[in-house]
Every structure is written in structure tokens, then in C-alpha cells.
Design a protein around this ligand. Structure first.
Ligand code: HEC
Ligand code: HEC
Length: 456
């Protein structure tokens, strides 16, 4: 703990230095929750603004995020409760170094940092996607001994080539998903599915502090290129009402408390005070009768610490200003119209719990709104107010560190893009005009644009 405090003090000192030199190339991407770091640990730092008396709780949350949960019953009842069905045994498995997940390369590879959401047409009384009667709302490809896993996911890649205006080309790949070894019969022809990689999990407390009013105002604002922008409205279990969505690839979750509880239950099979019932659809008898790890398996104090951990992970500073190519690339980004969705700056409001996160300017490069991204990115699976063609503008802060943080690059909701340029060339729908401007740029303008993204 003492080491942690010293590290935070050191980071705070770096922050103070930056403030002392206004010409410093470091940005304050996350306001007072920014760290000047470009190493593999850059997504894993506590916010310098986190009060020192909350650090112990932050580190407990970190331990639980990294914990490989065990099958119940176990001697250490604090960390048992995995399953009965699950995807991976730890949070960090899909959020390596708090960064993004990835899709499997070969069809025989298991999903290691990705999951597939499933449903059938229709909605629940809360407006959520209607779970499949036998498989629920997410295919769990793992289970504890004695309980069948639901099935396996196979990812087949389909390739095609896109041409830029200068004649150069880029290869794109798109996943086609199949299920195998299904334990409870065929999924049926009307199944809706949505493959998604784990998203980066830093800076989220700041996004939680964007006010509902600001979201609605941004949605209502006039934007060029036929760009609209819609607030998702999603059921929140703790609030017992619908709230504007902020988290997930479709902004399908409103609060970090809900996000952590859903991940615990859906991805690891761990019950919590928010979602206290095991995830066993009616057909899954062995699942329903399996031993559990407590009622609920994660207690309120543990849940709070995990939520605090997500709220307090700092944002790495951008380094655009000291790289002339990145500065030129920023102008290209603006000319192409990227900033109408990837908002360079957001003024955030009062965080419901934490004054130290509140009322500052951040540089997340998102509006947190849903946009129609065209046929090629569509999953055809509505999620609350999000249509099968809409996705939340992905935040771009910290994205330039992907190569440092993760073993491989993988962008967009299903990890199909292997480079930043591939991600851009998949943009369609409301972002088609921006993509077409990029298509017509010269090779050196392309290089500058990518250098800018890499400086974030
Ligand atoms: C099997 C892989 C997997 C595991 C395990 C997993 N996640 Fe995730 N996580 C995801 C995916 C996929 C998303 C995007 C979800 C969506 O779009 O619906 C996500 C999204 C999130 C987000 C929202 C990030 C954002 O930018 O909106 C948070 C926070 C999060 N997960 C926390 C956790 C925690 C805490 C755990 C452990 C209890 C966990 N995750 C375990 C795959 C995983
Ligand atoms: C109409 C709104 C809109 C515009 C304009 C737009 N984007 Fe996006 N961008 C999105 C959305 C939505 C996603 C997430 C799509 C998905 O995951 O399927 C995204 C994803 C990305 C990603 C991948 C992020 C990640 O975490 O995987 C990059 C990189 C990106 N955009 C860059 C750009 C650039 C550069 C431009 C300008 C040429 C641009 N975008 C224009 C909405 C937009």
C-alpha cells in the first residue's frame, strides 16, 4: 500500500510539473485524472486526484479485477463463485492491462478476450433484448465440472480489398460467426447475435460524470454530413429506472455499478447484490442445481471496491504537441469531420459520488452517442434504444498506446480491424462522408492522420 501511495505522490508531482510549464507537450486528456505515462502500465494507474484515503479500496478492487475466481465451494470463500457457466475466470482475461480484447485469428482458436451476445426478436418488460429461452443473452463457452458449457463459438474471416483514391489498397476482414457443440439444441433461425471484444476500461469515472443534460444537448445539436446521434436509454437495476447509457459498444449500460455487476454475472457467473440470481436459463437443469459460492457470491464491499477501481483508473496524457506529423494529422482529423462524433473536448458535470472527478474538461474523443454506422458494421441486434445499425462512438483517448498495452491491435466492436486505418475504412452510415474524405487523401496525409491517432 505504501508503495502505491508513493507512486501516486510521484505521479501527482509529474502533474504539478506539467502545470508549471504551460508549453508542455502533455495534454490533460483526463483532466485531473491524467497520468504522463506511455508504458505497458499506462492504463493501470490510479487517478492522481483519487483521495489518499480511498487508495486501499482501489487496490482491493484491483485485486478482485485481477483475481482468477475459483469454483465453489472453496477454502477462500471471498473469491469462490465462478460459474456454473461463464466465459473467462477473471476480468483481466478480457481486459488485459485494462486494455482491449481481441478476436481469434483462426477458426479453431477459442474466444480469449471476446464474447457473443445473443437474443431473440422482441424485448423484455424493461426494454432489454429478449434472452434466448435455452441460452440466455450471452453464449457461455465454459462451465464448472458437471455442468455442460453452452457451446463453442467459431469465427470465420471473410476478406475483401478497398482501394484508396491514389490507387493503393487495404485488405479488410469481417467475421462470420457460427456456433458448434451446442448443449441445449439448435439456436433457431431467428437468433440475433453480436460478437464483441472487451473494451478498454480506464477513464470511465469521467464518462460517468458527463451529465444527462449534456448528452441530450449534444444529440440535439445540428451536425454536418447527415450526422445525428442518439442517447441510449437503458434499464439500471440499482436505480430501478431507465437512464442514459454510457458504457459498452452500444452504450447499453448506464452506470459502472451496473456494468461491473453485469460483467460479474454474465462473464464470470458471479452473483452480487445488484444481480443476486445465478444465470441459468430454464433448460439448464445442471446449472440450476450446481453448488454456489454464497448468496450473493460477491459482497457489497467487494462490489464497491471493484466499481471504485473502474472509476479511478487514470487516462494517459496525449502527446500530440511535440510531434509535427501528429499536429498535421490533427488538422486532417478535423477536415475529415471525425470530430463531429469523436468530440475532442467534453465538459463534464458533477459525478454522483466523487467530487474529485467532477466539473472539468476532458478529451475523450467521444460523444457517447449512438450513430448509424452502415450495413457493414451492423449486427442487426437491437439493444434497448440502439438499433442493429447503431454503435456508441468509441472513445479514442489512449488509443495510440494499443500496441504497447496489448499484444496485438484489434479495433471496432468485434476486433475485425487490425490497424487504425482498417478501423476508419469500415466507417459507413453517418460516418461515410468522413470515410470518403479519408479515401481521397494522399499517402502522407494518411500517415499524418495515423500519427495523430497514435499520439493520443
Ligand atoms: C469474456 C470477456 C470479458 C470478461 C471476462 C469481462 N469483460 Fe468487461 N467487457 C467485455 C466486453 C465484450 C465488453 C463490451 C460489452 C458490450 O458492448 O456490451 C466489456 C465492457 C466492460 C466495461 C465497459 C467499458 C466501456 O468502455 O464502456 C467495463 C467497465 C467492464 N467490461 C468491466 C469488467 C469487469 C469488472 C469484469 C470482471 C467482473 C469484466 N469486465 C469481465 C468482455 C469481458
Ligand atoms: C458518425 C460518427 C463518427 C464519425 C464521423 C467518425 N467515427 Fe470513428 N467511430 C464511430 C463509432 C460509432 C465507432 C465504433 C464502431 C464499432 O465499433 O463498430 C467508431 C470507431 C472508431 C475507431 C475504433 C475505435 C476502437 O476503440 O476500436 C477509430 C480508430 C475511429 N473511429 C476513428 C475515426 C476517424 C479517424 C474518423 C474520421 C475520419 C472517424 N472515426 C469518424 C463513430 C464515428
Amino acid at each position: 500500500m505504501i508503495v502505491g501511495r508513493l507512486a501516486v505522490a510521484a505521479l501527482a508531482a509529474i502533474g504539478a510539473l506539467c502545470a508549471a510549464f504551460p508549453a508542455s507537450p502533455e495534454s490533460a486528456a483526463g483532466g485531473s485524472s491524467t497520468v504522463a505515462m506511455r508504458s505497458r502500465e499506462a492504463y493501470s494507474q490510479p487517478s492522481p486526484a483519487l483521495p489518499a484515503d480511498r487508495l486501499a479500496e482501489f487496490f482491493l478492487g484491483r485485486a478482485l479485477f485481477r483475481q482468477v475466481w475459483v469454483i465453489p465451494p472453496a477454502l477462500d470463500s471471498d473469491v469462490d463463485g465462478l460459474g456454473p457457466t461463464f466465459n473467462r475466470p477473471s476480468c483481466v482475461a478480457c481486459h488485459l492491462k485494462n486494455g482491449r480484447g481481441f478476436a481469434p485469428e483462426a477458426v479453431e482458436d477459442p474466444l480469449r478476450a471476446m464474447l457473443v451476445r445473443i437474443s431473440v426478436p422482441g424485448t423484455t418488460d424493461k426494454g432489454a433484448p429478449l434472452p434466448h429461452p435455452a441460452y440466455g443473452d450471452q453464449l457461455n463457452d465454459a462451465a464448472v465440472p458437471g455442468v455442460p458449457r453452452e457451446g463453442r463459438v467459431l469465427v470465420n474471416w471473410q476478406y475483401r480489398t478497398e482501394r484508396f483514391a491514389d490507387g493503393s489498397t487495404i485488405e479488410l476482414r469481417k467475421p462470420a460467426i457460427e456456433f458448434a457443440q451446442l448443449a441445449f439444441g439448435p439456436v433457431g433461425d431467428d437468433l440475433l447475435l453480436s460478437p464483441r471484444i472487451g473494451s478498454p476500461v480506464f477513464g470511465l469515472g469521467l464518462l460517468e460524470a458527463v451529465s444527462d443534460t449534456a448528452l441530450h444537448a449534444q444529440a440535439a445539436r445540428e451536425k454536418p454530413d447527415g450526422i445525428t446521434g442518439r442517447v441510449n436509454l437503458v434499464w439500471d437495476e440499482s436505480a430501478q429506472q431507465k437512464l442514459p447509457g454510457r458504457f459498452g459498444w452500444k452504450a447499453n449500460v448506464a452506470t459502472l455499478r451496473q456494468q461491473v455487476a453485469s460483467a460479474l454475472l454474465g462473464d464470470l457467473g458471479i452473483t452480487s447484490p445488484v444481480l443476486p440470481r445465478e444465470n441459468c436459463p430454464p433448460a439448464q437443469v445442471a446449472c440450476a442445481s450446481a453448488v454456489n459460492g454464497g448468496d450473493p457470491e460477491l459482497n457489497e464491499a467487494q462490489l464497491r471496491s471493484m466499481v471504485l477501481y473502474q472509476q479511478a483508473l487514470a487516462v494517459p496524457a496525449a502527446r500530440t504537441a511535440d510531434d509535427p506529423a501528429a499536429v498535421r494529422g490533427r488538422a486532417v482529423f478535423m477536415q475529415a469531420g471525425c470530430q463531429h462524433c469523436h468530440l475532442p473536448q467534453l465538459q463534464i458535470g458533477t459525478h454522483p459520488e466523487h467530487a474529485w472527478l467532477s466539473n472539468q474538461t476532458i478529451e475523450p474523443y467521444t460523444d457517447l452517442l449512438l450513430h448509424d454506422m452502415g450495413d457493414e458494421l451492423a449486427d442487426g441486434r437491437p439493444d434497448f434504444e440502439a438499433s442493429g445499425r447503431q454503435w456508441r462512438t468509441a472513445p479514442l483517448w489512449g488509443i495510440g498506446l494499443t500496441k504497447v498495452i496489448s499484444d496485438r491491435e484489434s479495433y471496432l466492436h468485434d476486433g475485425r480491424a487490425r490497424t487504425l486505418m482498417e478501423a476508419i475504412m469500415w466507417h459507413g452510415g453517418e460516418a461515410q462522408a468522413a470515410r470518403e474524405r479519408v479515401r481521397s487523401l494522399s499517402a502522407s496525409e494518411h500517415a499524418d492522420l495515423i500519427r495523430f491517432l497514435e499520439s493520443l
